[in-house]
Design a protein around this ligand. Sequence first.
Ligand code: MG
Ligand code: MG
Ligand code: MG
Length: 304
Amino acid sequence: MSIYVVGHKSPDTDSVASAIAYAALKKAMGVDAVAAMQGELNPESKLVLDRFGFSAPTIMTDAAGKQIMLVDFSDLAQGPANMSDVVEVVDHHKIGDVTTNSPIFFYAKPVGCTCTVINEIYKTNGIAIDKKVAGIMTAAILSDTVNFKSPTCTPDDKAAVKELAAIAGIADTSALFMDMLKAKSAIDGVPVKDLLNRDYKDFDMNGKKVGIGQLELATLDQAAGCRADLVKALTALKAEGRHSVLFMLTDVVKEGTELLVVSDDPALIEKAFGGKLTNGAMWCPGMMSRKKQTVPPMQKAFGC
Ligand code: MG
Ligand code: MG
Ligand code: MG
């Protein structure tokens, strides 16, 4: 009987890559292991599997009658239904609430990615990692650690990427990360109205209605084609009775925001952010968070 290796619900690149990589390790050790996932691939994971030549793992949402190994989680709520026969766990999160009837292999470390832990288990067992598998493991670590920028990233993760990228023959891991980020933030063919509503909020600022939206991008170039339509849509929003409508085109890589502004009082917005509007836009270096970096200066400017 096959044993299923499965990551958490709403699969991300780590949970999918870990399932494939750990199933491959188990197979190399003589276990009939099958990689599984609990839902469809997200756009980033799809790009990664395509890039390294894998098809999507089988979907498994009910574990009744199955032996399963968990990767990238150990919480019952994040698992498939009827998760009663867990035989192994490999993870990098806080320990969850899964319980077992017999002793099992349970290995978790406080590192940035499950694939970093799996890399170590390969080495412990003296098993060589397949080139393609090393590719998706590299991608998973880049994804979970946001190209090493996340506070969860550890020296172990960096060392693992070095080793795995060498096996996979990936010369430029930052370029791979950029491709993944672009896939994740792809906006081609998405209607402007949907882009605007993806993350939009209205605020009351001293009796004035102010709308602020945000779109996270791998590069501002992604929005070049729809920028004029975006401004048109912002102008229409403002005409519904708002004092100002701001739209943050946030460049995750450059770590800053191109702020599109349609306002009754552009000088007030310039003052709020200490910048100068050119054609209704200004670049705000370091601005990533609406909650922490956009709303407070606006509230201050409006005398809230
Ligand atoms: Mg995950
Ligand atoms: Mg993870
Ligand atoms: Mg993640």
